[in-house]
Design a protein around this ligand. Structure first.
Ligand code: FES
Length: 915
């Protein structure tokens, strides 16, 4: 196919050995031409700046970022993308990525594979260092890279295919992800990949000020005089309520700002029109007059009495406070044998998913359909319908594959903007955030300033803790209340703390809105508590691991909320680390004895994390049914953002029902097709949606047994139009084709809901905030350059109590990915609005930063979890940063009090320790 674009220059790209002629405008990127003109959608765009490598292709056999190559420079050259590259090597790579679990969300996968192909052609049996070098230009935010390295190294010697999983026996098996093929062959449809015919492009006009009043000029004249612009949309076009928010009573964020912009990057208007005209448009010509106003950017500034108030109904910029208290902490601290105290600060952290927010929308009859990346389709539906003034039955949210989320894609971004554009123009519309827009407009991890005092008795047992955290919640509420509530519940860490008072406050500023980011504030609090635990262990003269073991929560202990804990696997996690700890202690001492500039050290930290909403209802519903044709369909509304819920939930349902995994057709999230499985957050999907899937599978099995008059079944199998059930020597067959069909199209079906049994917390935070917790402990070994202040993490050993590993391969992937983000939190990630709004200035861990990880899965089943399983997604990040920071101190004496531990901070801390 040759693509004609009148008025442009013709170039020829050699693809799969054949010339492809394309007419292209000067300055167009090769990535645009490949994606838009040649429909090679495996070429992903994450930054348009050569920072993320998602668009990596081979040009004359060499890897290049296609976003950096002007299309005309590729004239006459050989271009390979994942769709068009040599099939044999590509197939081996794809199988290796699948079997090793090297693709999670999959947005980075095509780029990584192209880089790997260049390497493997020259070096068929690369070692780990060669893989790291070759893939260094491609970022992955999900996997922690280790499984990618392992996959590329294994291509020359593929493993034997795993033994088939028998019916009802998939739980506990390292099944490759069921949605993996489309991730490794580049056909997964992310938010930017679906382009409806005739779609207009939507772009946002955004504030470049932290705080500013604005007045719009003659926008009608501007639109009329700007070629290709179909319309401009402002807040005046909003027919519903111009506010949204994940916690409806506190919904305060306008879809388009009115009169005042409260943070840098806030959208004030939309420009909609012909993509070729609107894409290159200089929005600096848009008629808007800005009047900058005083602003505050830190939680300390926001809380000062004379700070500008962001919301009239929230005095002192206080969004909310949180509190948990038990016992008599002041008296217990006064009586403690050892007391330590400290103050710690954390920074804004950007989610930096490789896929910027993107989506498309169109009308399907009277229904507005929005297909965009999201973690929470039903919440999107409710919020977007409110803004648009549409009844909810006239809106359908179809999640696109999410190229990472980590919490930020829980909040709506472009959904109402797309809806406004479609409703105003009557045409399909699409919107794709640039990297800078994504970083400016999306939520961040809350920066925190935390102080704590902890006491222990002469035997090294914790007697009391007092904690207070001030958290910068940015311009709007988002998940600030959740952080303020969750932190006091968790600030003790997973340790018995009989006397306790933890308080928190979320403070508004003119920074970006802080939201959900893997842990909801618990990682920040864990830095405070775990670093002070090292102080306390030293004061008590105890080994730091032994100190934690002594104080670890055990079954029957009460949490600071008064909850009696059960199925606590922390002791087992710490004991699993013990041999690694002792061995590392000796190795580090031996190394340090012969080294003066480079010093090594080890650190340890633990985690606990309550799965699901804090003390609030949190249901998931799963439907499963059999059609008259003999197909088994699982309606699974939990969005899989790479963590693996498509696979894990299906494994649970298959085993509960007693069928083979392959017998199930998965119907993924779609508000028109799937019941509400809640949001993908707070490590709730394996637990809560998993419990609903288990219940639905059991209910369907019972319904089948009732129909067949059998008490139990050895096998349930489906064939076209027939259902067979066998038990012992008996076999029953049901002809499905003549059975009546229910409203959902099923002849036999079950739908079950699970809502975890929690209770509200009282004024002192007493109650049952979560029905189930997960636990873990990690050990880090680091090397510190005492002259430069640089830190290299040499290895991590991570032991996590997952209750039951539904899928060990995916569990390990979560652990490694969480550790990579924890490493970034500890050592490099600091979002500064106005300064680090791209992936060049904002650093995330690369393949070269990620150390080897030893993952240890502890299985202490919780009766509340499906097959005993607990959540894992948030837990894995929590101990990493404090373990690294404690290791830095062990190596160098440097006590870090502000993260990230950038070299200048480490050097200052080394000097302070020496002084
Ligand atoms: Fe690499 Fe998601 S799998 S960014």
């Amino acid at each position: 196919m040759n693509v004609q674009r009148t008025g442009h220059d013709a170039i020829t790209l050699m693809i799969e050995g054949a010339p492809r002629r394309v007419r292209t405008a000067p300055g167009r990127r090769l990535s645009e031409v490949l994606r838009e003109d040649l429909n090679l959608k495996s070429v992903k765009v994450g930054c348009d700046a050569g920072d993320c490598g998602a668009c990596t292709v081979l040009i004359d056999g060499r890897q290049e970022c296609a976003c950096l190559v002007p299309a005309r420079q590729a004239d006459g050259r050989r271009i390979e993308t994942l769709e068009t590259a040599e099939p044999a090597l590509r197939g081996r790579l794809q199988r290796a990525f699948l079997s090793k679990g090297a693709a999670q969300c999959g947005i980075c996968t095509p780029g990584l594979m192209m880089a790997a192909m260049e390497l493997l052609r020259e070096t068929p049996r690369p070692d780990a260092a060669q893989v790291e070098d070759a893939l260094a230009g491609v970022l992955c935010r999900c996997t922690g890279y280790r499984k990618i390295i392992s996959a590329v190294m294994s291509v020359h010697a593929p493993e034997e295919p795993p033994e088939p999983v028998s019916a009802g026996r998939s739980v506990g098996r390292a099944v490759p992800r069921l949605d993996g093929q489309r991730k490794v062959d580049g056909t997964e449809v992310f938010g930017a990949d679906h382009v409806p015919d005739g779609a207009l492009l939507v772009r946002a006009v955004r504030s470049l000020h932290y705080h500013a009043a604005f007045e719009l000029g003659d926008i009608d004249a501007w639109a009329a005089n700007t070629p290709g612009v179909a319309c401009v949309i402002t807040a005046a076009d909003i027919r519903g309520e111009n506010r949204y928010g994940v916690i409806p009573p506190l919904a305060d964020q306008p879809a388009l700002a009115e009169k005042v912009a409260r943070y840098r990057g806030e959208a004030v208007a939309l420009v909609v029109g012909d993509p070729e005209a609107v894409e290159p448009l200089d929005l600096g010509t848009f008629p808007v007059t800005w009047t900058p106003l005083p602003h505050v950017l830190t939680e300390a500034e926001g809380a000062t009495p004379d700070a500008p108030q962001l919301h009239a109904d929230r005095p002192e910029n206080t969004l909310i406070r949180g509190r948990v208290a038990c016992g008599a902490p002041d008296a217990a601290l006064a009586a403690a044998a050892h007391v330590v105290t400290g103050r710690f600060e954390t920074s804004y952290v950007e989610h930096a998913y490789i896929e910027p927010e993107a989506g498309a929308a169109w009308m399907d009859g009277q229904v507005l359909v929005i297909q965009a990346c999201t973690q929470a389709p039903v919440m999107d539906l409710e919020d977007t319908a409110r803004v648009l003034g549409l009844p909810q039955d006239r809106l359908r949210i179809v999640p696109a594959a999410a190229g990472g989320g980590f919490g930020s894609k829980l909040d709506i971004t472009l959904q109402p903007l797309l809806g406004l554009a479609v409703l105003k123009t009557g045409k399909p519309c699409r919107m794709v955030f640039s990297r800078t827009e994504s970083m400016q407009a999306s939520t961040k991890r809350h920066p925190g300033t935390m102080e704590a005092t902890i006491g222990a008795d002469a035997d090294g047992r914790i007697t009391a803790m007092i904690f207070h955290g001030e958290f910068n919640t940015g311009a709007y509420a988002s998940w600030g209340p959740t952080v303020a509530t969750r932190v006091p519940v968790h600030a003790s860490g997973p340790y018995l703390t009989p006397n306790y008072r933890a308080t928190s406050r979320a403070v508004h500023t003119h920074g970006p809105t802080s939201g959900a980011f893997r842990g909801f504030g618990v990682p920040q609090a864990a830095i405070t508590q775990e670093m002070l635990y090292d102080d306390l262990a030293l004061a008590c003269g105890m080994d730091r691991l032994a100190f934690r073991h002594r104080n670890a929560l055990r079954d029957g202990d009460r949490s600071p909320c008064g909850q009696v804990m059960k199925a606590v696997g922390l002791v087992e996690c710490l004991e699993a680390l013990e041999p690694h700890w002792q061995e590392a202690k000796e190795a580090v001492a031996a190394f340090n004895a012969g080294s003066s500039v480079l010093k090594r050290g080890i650190g340890v930290a633990s985690c606990w994390y309550g799965c699901g909403n804090t003390a609030l209802p949190n249901p998931s519903t799963i439907r499963i049914g059999i059609t008259a044709e003999g197909r088994l369909k699982l309606h699974q509304g939990a969005t899989d953002i790479g963590q693996g819920s498509n696979t894990v939930i299906t494994q649970i349902a298959a085993d509960a029902l007693g069928v083979a995994l392959g017998a199930i057709d998965l119907i993924g999230p779609d508000t028109a097709l799937t019941p509400d499985c809640g949001k993908t957050s707070a490590s709730r999907q394996t637990f809560i949606t998993g419990r609903a899937a288990e219940a639905a599978g059991v209910a369907l099995r019972k319904a089948i047994l009732r129909l067949t008059n059998l008490a139990d079944a050895d096998a349930i199998t489906l064939s076209p139009g027939r259902l067979s059930v066998s038990k012992g020597g008996q076999n029953r067959e049901i002809d499905l084709s003549g059975m009546p069909v229910d409203a959902n199209g099923y002849v036999i079906a079950a739908e079950e809901t699970y809502d975890p049994p929690t209770t509200a917390l009282d004024a002192e935070g007493q109650g049952t905030p979560y029905a189930l917790y997960g636990y873990g402990a990690q050990m880090a070994e680091v090397e510190v350059d005492m002259a430069l202040g640089t830190v290299r993490v040499r290895r991590i050993v991570a032991a996590h109590d997952v209750g039951r590993a539904i899928n060990p391969l995916l569990a390990e992937g979560q652990i490694e990915g969480g550790i990579a983000q924890g490493l970034g939190l500890a050592l490099m990630e600091e979002y500064l609005p106005g300064l680090t709004e791209n992936l060049h200035n904002y650093l995330v861990p690369t393949i070269g930063d990620m150390p080897p990880v030893t993952s240890i899965l502890i299985e202490k089943p919780d009766p509340e979890g499906p097959f005993g399983a607990k959540g894992l997604g948030e837990h894995v990040l929590i101990p990493t940063a404090p373990a690294i920071l404690n290791a830095i101190r062990d190596a160098s004496g440097a006590k870090i009090t502000k993260v990230p531990a950038l070299p200048h901070r480490v050097l200052a801390a080394i000097q302070a320790a020496r002084a």
